[in-house]
Design a protein around this ligand. Structure first.
Ligand code: HEC
Ligand code: HEC
Length: 264
């Protein structure tokens, strides 16, 4: 008796069970839909973006994955790239530092192995791995920035490592601040916002975007300056320049006194 009621439930019960299964299905469907709409996505790039797909392939082709992990999650040989942002990738690959070839105290600047278009695709792929990290900066208009202001910002914030004329200098433990002679305006901006190696990050509160453009204008102007002739001072620093200043100044005094002498 009891077993037959268990084995054959009433038609009403079956219908109720089908109905509740349907409700669960509909609810699950709604949740999935809601998730796909609301889920955090890092950046605008999604995995159906052709650049992201191409970037992912380049990431293995150029052996980035062998050090940084198949999905950029990091490993024993290299840090995680999740959340580093596009600017860091553009700087590291654009200056030829990445892909790293052999371990030294610091990844050196080299000829880049990827084209600019490829670098942008890898940057998009890495940015799609997680939110955070600065985008590739826009440096248009830096030519119109105030070069004197840029110079004073450079002397306060950068010269202690890169030298007054951006020639670079030694740091501790075999590390060094490189010469700034080869960096492009975009790379200078990227270095400031990503802080590679021992370089600090200069966020927008420390140095505003306009001030960054002024610094770029200054760095580019030291490069554009031709030596004024003769043997040149080699721009090696304040000592030789002061000496030259004294000589020129003294010479001027001598000429002035001779001139005054001939008139009286
Ligand atoms: C031989 C191992 C190796 C390979 C190959 C390599 N990397 Fe790296 N990568 C490193 C190490 C180590 C660091 C950290 C040291 C440094 O910043 O100089 C690093 C740092 C970086 C950073 C900076 C991360 C940050 O915190 O801002 C980026 C971006 C990066 N790599 C991208 C790449 C890309 C893209 C490739 C492929 C084109 C690549 N790497 C290939 C070892 C490697
Ligand atoms: C504490 C020392 C330090 C200070 C201060 C510093 N830097 Fe750097 N900078 C470095 C180091 C170290 C590197 C090399 C990082 C690497 O190779 O990964 C570097 C790299 C760079 C590069 C890349 C050069 C290239 O050709 O690849 C640029 C551009 C740069 N710095 C600009 C600046 C500017 C502009 C400032 C001031 C706002 C500044 N740095 C302040 C230490 C410093």
């Amino acid at each position: 008796m009891t077993s037959s009621t268990l084995a054959a439930p009433s038609a009403g019960g079956r219908r109720r069970r089908v109905a509740s299964a349907l409700i669960v299905l509909v609810a699950l469907g709604l949740l999935t839909l809601l998730y796909s709409v609301l889920a955090p996505r890092g950046t605008a790039a999604s995995s159906s973006d052709p650049d992201v797909i191409a970037g992912r392939q380049l990431f293995s082709k150029y052996s980035c994955a062998s050090c940084h992990g198949l999905n950029g999650e990091g490993g024993q040989r290299a840090p995680s790239l999740i959340g580093v942002g596009e600017a860091s990738v553009d700087f590291q690959v654009g200056t030829g530092r990445m892909p790293l070839q052999h371990h030294s105290a610091q990844a050196p600047r080299k000829q880049p192995v990827m084209t600019e278009a490829e670098i942008h695709q890898v940057a998009k792929y890495i940015a799609s791995l997680g939110p955070g990290g600065p985008p590739i900066p826009d440096v248009t208009g830096y030519q119109d920035a105030d070069v004197a202001y840029g110079g004073s910002l450079f002397r306060t914030n950068c010269a202690q490592c890169h030298n007054f004329v951006g020639a670079g200098g030694e740091l501790t433990y075999g590390k060094y601040a490189p010469s700034l002679a080869e960096a492009t305006p975009t790379q200078i901006y990227e270095a400031m916002v990503t802080g590679p190696e021992n370089m600090p990050v200069f966020g927008d509160k420390t140095i505003t975007p306009d001030e960054k453009l002024a610094i770029i204008k200054y760095v580019k102007s030291i490069r554009a300056q031709a030596d004024p002739g003769g043997a040149g001072l080699g721009r090696i620093g304040p000592v030789s320049e002061t000496l030259a200043g004294i000589l020129v100044g003294l010479g001027g005094c001598v000429i002035a006194s001779l001139w005054i002498g001939t008139r009286s």
